[in-house]
Design a protein around this ligand. Structure first.
Ligand SMILES: [Zn+2]
Length: 197
């Protein structure tokens, strides 16, 4: 069974979700980390086929400067956003702030230079971070950051949780989560309406 997200949701990149004022349907943001070869070979053609937006978080040491991959990404249409997933993809939770800043700043500048695109988002490798360091991505020029967690992301979150989909997990689990999230959102909006009355 193939989950057809577009029948129920608007499927967009992080950048579009954060910058657009209104959506007609509930929003699903698709993100793909690490920059595996399959991201470009399998995911990108599917995104185009279904007109989905998405954000790719790359760690900059994965590809050499001048890599063909970067040229291919830069040539994709505007629905695809590039974010940083650090330089080395190490666990950054216990790193000192100088090392952290290098991971954040240099990866952003490298990806921007290689793709010619502006890089606004940062995805913490393994979703691992210290709460004390959440100001550093801001200092390094990012406008948003993402971690992991099976929760609904809210626009005013300091760091956005992401529901992880692994190859080993059935797609039905994702459908169940989406249904659960929708119920929560519907209940919240009906509570708000009742308060306004
Ligand atoms: Zn990763």
């Amino acid at each position: 069974m193939f989950l057809r997200l577009e029948n129920r949701y608007e499927v967009v990149s992080m950048k579009e979700w954060l910058s657009r004022d209104t959506f007609n349907r509930p929003v699903v943001v698709l993100t793909f980390d690490d920059g595996y070869n399959s991201t470009l070979k399998i995911v990108t053609p599917m995104l185009k086929q279904y007109s989905y937006g998405a954000t790719f978080f790359f760690y900059s040491d994965r590809y050499k400067p001048g890599s063909k991959t970067y040229r291919e990404i830069a040539s994709l249409d505007g629905k695809i956003e590039i974010g940083s997933h650090s330089r080395t993809h190490s666990d950054l939770k216990k790193k000192d702030s100088a090392t952290l800043f290098r991971e954040l700043y240099l990866s952003r500048r490298f990806l921007e230079y290689e793709t010619g695109l502006s890089v606004q988002g940062f995805a913490w490798p393994y979703g691992s971070y210290s709460k004390d360091n959440l100001d550093l991505p801001v200092l390094a020029g990012y406008t948003y950051q993402v971690g992991v967690g099976a929760q609904i992301a809210r626009r005013d979150d300091r760091i956005y949780p992401r529901f992880t989909i692994k190859q080993s997990e059935p797609l039905e689990d994702l459908e169940l989560y989406l249904e659960k999230f929708e119920v929560v959102l519907r209940e919240e909006s009906s509570r708000k309406k009742n308060v306004q009355r």
